[in-house]
Write a protein that binds this ligand. Structure first.
Ligand code: G3H
Ligand code: 13P
Ligand code: ZN
Length: 313
């Protein structure tokens, strides 16, 4: 089966009350860990590549690794550009075989966000095979690549704007800001994690059947932070999004949930632990093998406990 776009996946996820996991990939072990978990659980999958991942690994290598994952698993897999920041970057990915792109104009004024998104949609939809486009309205706090959005600049999505935005851009899914944020430090120490389900409900009412995307949806599993710190790390206390809140969102209009930080933490905890316990080893396979297994375990956990997409492939 070739790479698929997310149209059918989202339609089924919306109707079935579950979400598809979108996991960030940067190298072979990460791709294999994710795909092994999805394959065992027969879960549809979105593998996403950021601009930083492209710079790190080279787009061609990542596309070929994802094609290998398709051959090995036979799963429905979409290859998605995460946080595209320009028409040119989106075009490059569409031309290079991606089946889905995000154009993130969330930092732009409303009209400029519409104009940029519309341009990407026109190009993506006229591509053969058709490529789908995720857009964003509202701003998440946190860090992506070199861009840091402080809590002062972050803002919830305004439900009054979503119908006009979706109609005028023709986008296929919409990322919204309801209190999630990128990275490991999503809430201040002592702060109680909260999501604005009232905003999500209102958006769902205004856009019936339309797929919504949640970014910044790692739960920041405390055991990983503890392991990292036990083996020489010095991470401050980190608070993520409680998994039951994500499960609730997946049962609503949210069809795609983005998870990266939890995979980074799992991998880093594993590598630190292995090298801490085996200080004389220097064969990368010895520590990358367990790291790949750690990715597989966290992704399997997300598929069954957060996304609910097991058995849907
Ligand atoms: O939202 C951003 C993702 O976690 C990707 O991070 O831009 O550092 O690759 P990155
Ligand atoms: P996390 O940092 O919460 O994993 O979010 C990842 C993300 O939104 C990628 O686009
Ligand atoms: Zn994101």
């Amino acid at each position: 089966m070739p790479l698929v776009n997310t149209k059918e996946m989202f339609k089924e996820a919306y109707a079935g009350g579950y979400a598809i996991g979108a996991f960030n990939v940067n190298n072979m072990e990460i791709i294999q860990g994710i795909v092994n978990a999805a394959n065992k659980l027969r879960a549809p999958l979105i593998l996403q590549v950021s601009a930083g991942a492209r710079r790190y690994a080279n787009q061609t290598y990542l596309v070929k690794l994802v094609e290998a994952a398709l051959i090995e698993s036979g799963l429905p897999i979409a290859l998605h550009l995460d946080h595209g920041d320009s028409f040119e970057l989106c075009k490059d990915c569409i031309d290079g075989g991606f089946t889905s792109v995000m154009i993130d104009g969330s930092h732009l004024p409303f009209e400029e966000n519409i104009e940029l998104t519309r341009r990407v949609v026109d190009y993506a939809h006229s591509h053969d095979p058709m490529v789908v486009v995720e857009a964003e309205l509202g701003r998440l706090e946190g860090i992506e690549d070199d861009v840091v959005v402080s809590s002062d600049d972050a803002s919830y999505t305004d439900p009054d704007e979503v119908e006009e935005f979706v109609t005028r851009t023709g986008c296929d899914s919409l990322a919204i800001a309801i209190g999630t944020s990128h990275g490991a430090y999503k809430f201040k120490p002592g702060q109680k994690p909260q999501l604005r389900f009232d905003i999500l409900e209102e958006i769902e009412r205004r856009l019936p059947g339309f797929p919504i995307v949640l970014h910044g949806a790692s739960s920041v599993i405390p055991e990983y932070v503890e392991t990292i710190n036990r083996y020489g790390g010095s991470m401050p206390d980190a608070i993520g999004i409680p998994e039951h809140m994500l499960r609730k969102a997946a049962g609503m209009a949210v069809c795609k949930i983005n998870i990266d930080s939890d995979l980074r933490l799992a991998m880093t905890a594993s590598v630190r632990q292995y090298l801490g316990e085996n200080p004389a080893d220097f064969d990368p396979r010895k520590y990358l093998g367990p790291a790949r297994k750690a990715i597989e375990e966290i992704v399997a956990h997300k598929i069954t406990n957060v996304l609910g997409c097991d058995g849907k492939a």
